[in-house]
Design a protein. Structure first.
Lengths: 341, 283
C-alpha cells in the first residue's frame, strides 16, 4: 500500500511538474468545497498568489476525507496544507501525521486568540463557526431561545436535524445531552431525548447544502444548522434568521495544518500566515459569515449578528477535540443503532 | 499441451491486470482487518484480533445490515428479471424495426453518470418532488408518500440502474435459442405457453443466471445509489464500509466488513453456478 501510494504520489508529482516548472512553485491545499472554496480562493489564495508568485491547487473534500487521505499517504502527503475540523486535526496529530507549526515563521501569530492553537502548536484554528438554530422568521414568529424549543409539538414534521456523520449531528447530540443532565461519558439522556425528534424530522441531512433546498421548497420551518451557511443563503434571498440558544451554541473550529512529507514547509507556513492575516480574516468572515480568530478583525453589524462574536462566543460550548475524537466512533455506533433504527 | 499454452497466453493480459490492480491491493488490506483500532490514536501496530469479524457475527445491527443487503440484492435481481425478460424477448422476437430504438432505450441510461441519475430520482421522489406534488394536486393523497430514505427509493433507483445489464444478458441468451427447436415443439402439439416454459425458458437459463449474478453482485456492492436515495437511515454494507473508513477512520472494522462482503459475493457466485449447471443439465 505504501509503495502504491508513493507511486501514485510520484505520478501525481510528475503530472504537475510541467506547469509547476513554468510558474515556479505550486502549493496543494486541501479545503472544504462549495462556497467555502470560493471564499478561500477570493480571500486567501489570491493575496497569497499575488505576494509569493506561487500557484495554489485546491482539493475539495470534507474533514474526514482529508484526514483519511493524509493517513493513506502517511509521510508523503500530496497536500501541503489542509483544512480539517479540530477533532480530525487532533486525530492526525496523535497519529504523528502533521508537522509542528513554527510560530517564528508566522508574522501574524501574535494577533491570534490563544484558544485557537492546538496542543504543541500542531495546528491552528482558522475560524470559529457554530452549531445553532436557524429558522424562517416568516413562519416562526417567536424566535427560539433554547434547544428545548426544537422539541415543541408545533415543529413536528417541519424540522430538519443533521445526521451524526456531520458536525451539527454530534454537536447537537452533545448539547441536548448536556441539557438533559448527561456528560461526555454518558450520552444515554441525549440519545433518549433525540430519538423521537430524529424520527419525526423531515430529513436527517448528511450534507449541509441539503438544508438550503428544504427551506427553498418550504419543507421545513426550523433546523439545527450552521449560522455561516444560513448567512450565505440569506444573502441570496432566503428568509432565514439565526438564534443562539441560551444554553449556548456549540463551537466549531476548522483548523489548518501541514501534513508531514511536504517539501514546501516554508511555503505552507507562508500560506497559513496569509490565512491568519487580519485583513484576509475579515474578508473571509464577511463572505463566509464565520467568526475570525485574529483579535484585530472588526466585523460589520450585519455579519456580527450572525457569526459567533462577543457574548455568543463567551456562551459557546467548547468540546475538547481530544476527547471527542475518542468518543465519536462510539457515539456514531450508538446513533446508528438506537436513533436511526 | 499447445492449446493449454495458447489459453494461458490469452488470459494472461487480463490476469495480470486483475492480480496486480485488484488481488494484490485486496490482500494488502487483509492484515488491517485483524488489527485493533483505538479511536483518537489510530490503528494499533502489531496487534492481532478477530474482534472485527466477531462483531459482524454477534452485533445485531451489523447482522441486520448484512441481511438487508442480501435481501435488497435479491429484490433488485428479481425485479430486473421480471421487467427485463419481456423487454429482451421483444427486442429479439419482436418487429425488427423496433430492435434498434428499443436497444437504444435500454442502453441510454448507461450513458448518464450514476450521480446525475440518482439526483434525477431525488427530484422525482422527495416529499415535494414531482411524483408527490402531482399526486397531491390531483387530490389522490393528502400527505406526501415516503418514497426516499427507505427500501422503496433504493429499489426504484437500483432497478433503473441495473436493468440494462440484465436486458443485455438476456438478449444475448435469447438470440442463441434456435427457432427450429421452438417450431419443432409447436409442431408436436405444444401450446405457446408450454413452448415458452418447456423450451425457451430452460434454454435461456445460462443468460438468466449470468444476468442475475451480475445484477446481484452489483447491487450488494453499490454505494452511490443507496447513499443518495437511502440516506443515513437505510444502511447497506457498502455505505457502512464507507462510514467506517471515511467517517470513523476505523479502517480495521471497514476492512473486515469488506472481506465479509467479498466472501458472501464469491459464495453466491459459486452456488449459483452450480445451480445453473444443474438446471441446464436437466433441461
Amino acid at each position: 500500500m505504501k509503495s502504491a501510494s508513493t507511486l501514485a504520489a510520484a505520478i501525481l508529482a510528475g503530472s504537475v511538474a510541467l506547469p509547476a516548472a513554468a510558474v515556479s512553485q505550486e502549493l496543494v491545499l486541501g479545503a472544504f468545497g462549495g462556497s467555502f472554496a470560493d471564499n478561500v480562493q477570493a480571500c486567501y489564495i489570491e493575496p497569497f498568489e499575488a505576494e509569493t508568485g506561487a500557484s495554489v491547487l485546491v482539493k475539495p473534500a470534507s474533514s474526514s476525507q482529508h484526514a483519511a487521505a493524509v493517513r493513506a499517504t502517511a509521510g508523503s502527503s500530496d497536500m501541503d496544507v489542509v483544512f480539517a475540523d479540530d477533532a480530525f486535526a487532533v486525530q492526525l496529530m496523535n497519529e504523528d501525521l502533521i508537522e509542528t507549526l513554527d510560530r517564528s515563521k508566522l508574522i501574524n501569530a501574535g494577533e491570534i486568540v490563544d484558544g485557537a492553537w492546538g496542543a504543541g502548536d500542531a495546528y491552528v484554528a482558522a475560524m470559529v463557526g457554530a452549531t445553532a438554530i436557524v429558522y424562517n422568521p416568516d413562519k416562526v414568529t417567536e424566535p427560539p431561545t433554547s434547544w428545548a424549543d426544537l422539541f415543541d409539538e408545533k415543529y413536528a414534521g417541519r424540522i430538519a436535524i443533521g445526521d451524526i456523520s456531520g458536525t451539527t449531528g454530534w454537536q447537537f447530540l452533545a448539547a441536548v445531552n448536556a441539557m438533559e443532565g448527561g456528560d461526555l461519558d454518558n450520552i444515554d439522556p441525549g440519545i433518549a431525548k433525540i430519538e423521537p425528534l430524529a424520527k419525526s424530522a423531515v430529513l436527517l441531512y448528511t450534507q449541509a447544502d441539503q438544508v438550503v433546498s428544504l427551506f427553498e421548497r418550504d419543507e421545513i420551518d426550523i433546523a439545527v444548522w450552521y449560522p455561516d451557511r444560513a448567512g450565505v443563503a440569506a444573502q441570496k434571498g432566503l428568509p432565514l434568521a439565526v438564534a443562539y440558544p441560551s444554553e449556548g451554541g456549540v463551537a466549531i473550529r476548522p483548523t489548518i495544518s501541514i501534513p508531514k512529507g511536504t517539501e514546501n514547509v516554508d511555503l505552507a507556513h507562508k500560506f497559513i500566515d496569509t490565512v491568519l492575516d487580519a485583513e484576509n480574516q475579515k474578508c473571509f468572515s464577511e463572505r463566509q459569515f464565520i467568526g475570525p480568530v485574529n483579535r484585530n478583525v472588526e466585523l460589520s453589524d450585519e455579519v456580527a449578528a450572525i457569526v459567533p462574536s462577543g457574548e455568543t462566543v463567551e456562551n459557546l460550548m467548547f468540546l475538547d477535540p481530544a476527547v471527542m475524537s475518542q468518543k465519536l466512533p462510539d457515539w456514531t455506533r450508538r446513533w446508528q443503532r438506537e436513533v436511526l433504527r | 499441451m499447445n492449446s493449454a499454452r495458447t489459453g494461458l497466453l490469452l488470459i494472461a493480459p487480463l490476469a495480470i491486470v486483475l492480480v496486480g490492480a485488484f488481488l494484490v491491493s485486496v490482500l494488502l488490506l487483509a492484515p488491517t482487518s485483524f488489527r485493533e483500532y483505538l479511536p483518537g490514536t489510530g490503528i494499533v501496530p502489531d496487534s492481532w484480533t478477530l474482534e472485527n469479524y466477531l462483531r459482524i457475527a454477534t452485533d445485531d445491527f451489523y447482522r441486520e445490515v448484512v441481511w438487508r443487503t442480501l435481501a435488497l440484492g435479491l429484490g433488485v435481481t428479481a425485479a430486473c428479471l421480471m421487467l427485463g425478460y419481456p423487454v429482451a424477448y421483444l427486442i429479439v422476437r419482436g418487429d425488427p424495426r423496433w430492435r434498434l430504438p428499443l436497444t437504444l432505450l435500454v442502453i441510454f441510461p448507461l450513458m448518464l453518470n450514476l450521480v446525475v441519475r440518482s439526483f434525477g430520482w431525488i427530484a422525482l421522489l422527495t416529499n415535494r418532488g414531482l411524483v408527490n406534488n402531482l399526486l397531491m394536486s390531483l387530490g389522490i393523497i393528502d400527505e406526501p408518500l415516503k418514497l426516499m430514505f427507505n427500501l422503496t427509493g433504493v429499489m426504484i433507483g437500483m432497478v433503473h440502474i441495473y436493468l440494462p445489464f440484465m436486458v443485455l444478458m438476456l438478449v444475448a441468451a435469447l438470440q442463441n435459442v434456435p427457432r427450429d427447436v421452438e417450431a419443432a415443439a409447436a409442431t408436436l402439439g405444444s401450446g405457446r405457453m408450454h413452448v415458452f416454459t418447456a423450451v425457451t425458458l430452460p434454454l435461456t437459463a445460462p443468460g438468466i443466471i449470468a444476468g442475475s449474478i451480475l445484477v446481484f453482485v452489483l447491487s450488494i456492492s453499490a454505494l452511490v445509489t443507496p447513499r443518495m436515495l437511502g440516506g443515513p437511515t437505510y444502511q447497506v454494507m457498502a455505505t457502512l464500509i464507507y462510514d467506517e473508513y471515511m467517517q470513523l477512520l476505523d479502517w480495521s472494522s471497514g476492512s473486515a466488513l469488506s472481506f465479509t462482503l467479498v466472501a458472501i459475493a464469491v459464495a453466491i457466485i459459486w452456488l449459483s453456478n452450480r445451480a445453473a449447471k444443474r438446471w441446464a443439465g436437466l433441461a
